[in-house]
Ligand binder design. Structure first.
Ligand SMILES: *Cc1c(COP(=O)(O)O)cnc(C)c1O
Length: 392
C-alpha cells in the first residue's frame, strides 16, 4: 500500500484518538526508518522510548522467530523459561527481589498501586490507602493511572475517578508532607518526568523522599516506564539516584519493541501479591521475554556508558548549534528535553523536522528526543544536520 492508502484506511477504520504526523512507516534499519515510498527518516523517537535496539536488529529478530516457533503463548498456569530467565537478570542487576510481568506501562503501574494498597492493608487494615503523586507527572491512561497522573487536563470526561490520590509539587518536600496524612500508604514518582517535559528530579529531594518513606512505612513506588531499561544510561534511573525503591515499574524499552511491562519489588515487598491477587492473561509472554533477553544481553555496562556519552554528545551539539527556537537542554542519557523559546511552538517545530526527515517528539511545552540506544555516530550527525538545516 502507498502512504496515502494507509492513511485513508486508518482514518476510516481506526478510532481517531491520536494526533498523528502525516508519515507512514514501512520498515527500518538501525535508527533509520523508511516510508512505503522509500523516503528515509532519522529516528530520534524509538517509538516513544520503545525500540531501544533500533530496527532490523538481527539477534532480536532471530530470538523472536525461534521462540515463536517453539511456543508463542501458554498462560501463566504453566511455566516457561524465557520470563524466568529475564526476571532473574532484572533482579540480579538491580538488587530487587521479584518480578510481575504485564503488558503495558499503565497496567504495570496499576499493579504497583495494587501492591502498595495490599501491603498496607495486610499490615494496618483498611483506611490507609492514599497515594501521593507529583504534579506534572504521567502514569498512564487507565482510570486509576489517569487519576494518579498529576495533571488536571487528564482528569476529565471519565468521572468518577478512583479515590485516594493526592498531589504534591516535585522537588518540594514540604509540599509532599502537606499532601500526606495518616491515611497514606505510598508515594509514587517518575525520576525524570517524561511526558511532563523531561524534567529530572533533584537527587537530594529523591533521597529525602526515600528517607521519609522508610520512616513512615510508606512504599516508594518509582515509575520507570520511560526511564527504565538503559534509557538514562543506567539499567534503571534509580541506580543513578542512589536509592532502592520498594517497587519500580518498567515497560517501554523492556522487550525492544514488543509489548511487555512489569514491576520489580524489593525484599520487603516480594511476596505481597500472592496467588489469586493479581493476574493478566498475556503477562510473561515467552516471545516478548525472549526479545527482552536480547535487550539485556545488549545493555552491558560498556553499552550503558556509551548511552551516557551519546546523550552528552547530542546535547552539546544541539546547544552549540544555538538555534533561534531552542533554549537549554536537559535530561539523562538518551532521554533529552529541549526548552522551546517563547514565540515558537514545539508541535510546529516537530512537523517541520519530520517533513525534512528527522522524527522527534514533544513533551509538555518542550521538545523530547528518545533515539534508539544503538544509534550510530553517523545517524546522530545526520539528525543534527537536519536540525541545523531546518531551524537555523
Ligand atoms: C508511557 C508511560 C506510561 C504509560 O505506558 P503505556 O504503555 O502507554 O500504558 C506510564 N508512565 C510513564 C512514565 C510513561 O512514560
Amino acid at each position: 500500500m502507498t502512504s496515502q492508502e494507509i492513511k485513508a484506511l486508518t482514518g476510516q477504520y481506526i478510532m481517531n484518538t491520536y494526533g498523528r504526523f502525516p508519515v507512514a512507516i514501512d520498515h527500518g534499519q538501525g535508527a533509520t526508518l523508511y516510508d512505503p515510498e522509500g523516503n528515509a527518516y532519522i529516528d530520534f523517537t524509538s517509538g516513544i522510548g520503545v525500540s531501544d535496539l533500533g530496527y532490523g536488529c538481527q539477534p532480536w529478530v532471530d530470538a523472536i522467530a525461534k521462540q515463536a516457533g517453539k511456543i508463542g503463548h501458554t498462560s501463566n498456569l504453566f511455566y516457561t523459561e524465557p520470563p524466568a530467565r529475564l526476571a532473574e537478570i532484572l533482579c540480579k542487576r538491580t538488587g530487587m527481589s521479584s518480578v510481575f510481568f504485564a503488558n503495558g506501562g499503565g497496567e504495570a503501574n496499576e499493579g504497583m498501586i495494587k501492591l502498595a494498597r495490599k501491603y498496607s492493608f495486610d499490615k494496618y487494615g483498611r483506611g490507609r490507602a492514599a497515594i501521593v503523586t507529583l504534579n506534572n507527572s504521567f502514569h498512564g491512561r487507565t482510570i486509576t493511572t489517569l487519576t494518579a497522573t498529576g495533571q488536571d487536563v487528564f482528569h476529565n470526561y471519565f468521572f468518577p475517578f478512583t479515590e485516594g490520590f493526592r498531589y504534591a509539587d516535585a522537588n518540594d518536600l514540604a509540599s509532599l508532607e502537606a499532601a500526606a496524612g495518616d491515611d497514606v500508604c505510598a508515594v509514587m514518582m517518575e525520576l525524570v518526568q517524561g511526558e511532563g517535559g523531561v524534567l529530572p528530579l533533584d537527587r537530594d529531594y529523591v533521597k529525602a523522599v526515600a528517607r521519609l518513606c522508610a520512616e513512615k512505612d510508606w512504599l516508594l513506588l518509582v515509575d520507570e516506564v520511560q526511564t527504565g531499561v538503559g534509557r538514562t544510561g543506567s539499567l534503571f534511573a534509580f541506580q543513578q539516584y542512589g536509592i532502592l525503591p520498594d517497587v519500580a515499574s518498567f515497560a517501554k524499552g523492556i522487550a525492544g519493541g514488543l509489548p511487555m511491562s512489569g514491576i520489580l519489588a524489593n525484599e520487603k515487598c516480594r511476596d505481597v501479591l500472592g496467588p489469586g491477587t493479581h493476574a493478566t492473561t498475556f503477562g510473561a509472554n515467552p516471545v516478548c521475554a525472549a526479545a527482552g533477553l536480547v535487550v539485556q544481553e545488549t545493555l552491558t555496562d560498556a553499552f550503558l556508558e556509551d548511552v551516557r556519552a551519546k546523550g552528552t554528545y547530542l546535547r552539546n551539539q544541539i546547544e552549540a548549534l544555538d538555534l533561534p527556537c531552542f533554549g537549554a537542554t536537559r535530561g539523562m542519557g538518551l532521554m533529552i528535553g529541549i526548552q522551546v523559546k517563547d514565540g515558537w511552538t514545539n508541535k510546529e517545530i516537530a512537523s517541520k523536522l519530520i517533513e525534512n526527515g528527522l522524527l522527534v517528539l514533544t513533551a509538555g511545552p518542550s521538545m523530547r528526543l528518545l533515539p534508539p540506544l544503538v544509534i550510530s555516530q553517523e545517524e546522530m550527525d545526520q539528525g543534527l544536520e537536519i536540525l541545523k538545516k531546518t531551524l537555523s
